[in-house]
Design a protein around this ligand. Structure first.
Ligand code: TRP
Length: 449
């Protein structure tokens, strides 16, 4: 497959991976889930899943993608060749489906970031305004969010059309460091607000009475969501990675960066929530209500607000790109469409669903799917069901269909990299037993409750 795109440098791969992982999941979804699920308990569970389950899964997705050098569909077809069980070749389907479902609400939130860029450019964030109402206006209106969502989707499509090298790599290199600086700045301001202590306690002092199976499932889902695991993003990106890269190190660095961003986002948001006398259970609007409020109280806040929302937008964009690429790579390699056709059709499909998601916060508020509005349903369906199921199938495949030798050859670059045998054995044990059991158990208990 010599005509396949590939990343041009190690730094390029790392920023693209980090670009996919770090996004609205860290800055928007994580803080509001922490708020809804009781704070520290959620964070502890999230970190636990991250280390024990998600990092090994990320390494595993890497293994599958780089070994097969193929899209999510092709990967399982290629790797199961000559082995029993044709059905394995079909796992890719669930990945393409989750990418579609995630993008449908992700692009709506991406649209809000575009909206907030325009508002910050008009210096609309003044002290003493009702930011909850402002957010409601931006999200519940019938047309306004649709336009911004469309802008966000078209920009995503544009970058994906340009291809992996010129599109994805170039933007993330500049934006990630900038985002980091911005979040630290906000965290410092948030911590120095009067009354921020309660927020810090909420983040770091566990109240175990908040421990429920829903919290466990939400933490599992969020750890998948945040690391972009279970949907084939990593498989797809890994297929563009050269054979001499160290995939264990790349995965660990990505996971570390992602975790750092999530924790920093928590520290940036929660202390301010308490300092402003708001409740943490604000839901999906949390960040959009808190951040402008913080900026309205900062010297030169107006300028910082512009910067922040621009950077947030780029973080969201580098993630949505990675999601669209899952669908596009599949369409190019399996259906043999051109990149342009694949991007056009997948974007059209996403647009239809995202219109529904957006309207479900306003006009279609009363339409409920299994007790949630369409937006929340898509969010929960992807993070709490599709990603864990996808991830489960990936580890089962790598653990039981791929031989130890195949798995280790890929991780050690055919023996060229040395790892401690203990590390390799623990990794293999987690992939074969721990990860599948934990995922099945949590999903079963939450289904049966
Ligand atoms: N991880 C990204 C975020 O935190 C979103 C994302 C990109 C994603 N690709 C994914 C989530 C694949 C799940 C699966 O914003």
């Amino acid at each position: 497959m010599s005509n396949r795109d590939s990343f041009s440098s190690k730094f390029g791969i790392l920023v693209a991976l980090a670009g996919s992982a770090v996004g609205l999941g860290n800055l928007w979804r994580f803080p509001y889930l922490v708020g809804n699920n009781g704070g520290a308990v959620f964070i502890i569970l999230y970190l636990l899943f991250l280390i024990v389950i998600c990092l090994p899964m990320m390494i595993t997705e890497f293994t599958i993608g780089r070994r097969s050098q193929s899209n999510v569909f092709g990967a399982f077809k290629i790797l199961s060749q000559g082995k029993k069980g044709k059905a394995w070749g079909k796992i890719g389907f669930i990945s393409v489906l989750s990418a579609l479902v995630i993008l449908s609400f992700y692009s709506v939130v991406g649209g809000w970031t575009v909206d907030y860029i325009t508002q910050s450019l008009c210096f609309n964030f003044k002290e003493g305004l009702d930011y909850e109402q402002m957010f409601r206006y931006s999200s519940e209106n019938a047309f306004r969010p649709l336009i911004f969502t469309l802008v966000f989707l078209l920009l995503t499509a544009l970058v994906v059309i340009m291809g992996v090298n010129k599109g994805i790599e170039k933007y993330t290199k500049v934006m990630m460091p900038l985002l980091f600086v911005m979040v630290i700045l906000i965290a410092v301001r948030s911590l120095t607000l009067q009354g921020s202590n309660e927020g810090v306690k909420f983040l770091f002092r566990p109240d175990w009475s908040k421990f429920t199976i829903d919290t466990v499932l939400a933490a599992l889902g969020q750890s998948f969501f945040s690391l972009s695991i279970g949907c084939g993003t990593i498989i797809t990106y890994a297929s563009y990675v050269k054979r001499n890269e160290n995939i264990v190190r790349l995965s660990t660095e990505t996971a570390l960066m992602d975790t750092l961003f999530a924790l920093l986002a928590g520290i940036a948001i929660m202390p301010a929530v308490f300092a402003f006398g708001l409740t943490p259970e604000e839901g999906p609007g949390l960040v959009f209500v808190i951040i402008p409020q913080i900026f309205s109280q900062l010297p030169m806040g107006g300028i910082f607000a512009i910067l922040f929302f621009v950077v947030l937008f780029f973080a969201a964009l580098s993630s949505s790109i990675s999601l669209l690429e899952v669908m596009v790579a599949y369409m190019i390699e399996e259906i043999h469409w051109s990149r342009k056709t694949a991007v056009a059709l997948s974007t059209a499909l996403v647009t239809i669903l995202s219109v529904l998601c957006s309207l479900s916060l306003g006009v279609l508020k009363n339409v409920s799917v299994l007790g949630s509005n369409i937006f929340d349903f898509m969010d929960k369906l992807s993070a709490n069901i599709l990603l864990p199921v996808g991830g489960l199938l990936f580890v089962l495949f790598a653990g039981w269909k791929m031989s130890d030798k195949e798995y280790f050859d890929e991780i050690t670059n055919d023996g060229n990299l040395k790892f401690k045998p203990l590390f390799l054995n623990v990794l293999r044990f987690i992939v074969r037993f721990v990860a599948p059991l934990v995922i099945v158990l949590i999903m079963l208990v939450s289904l049966l409750k």
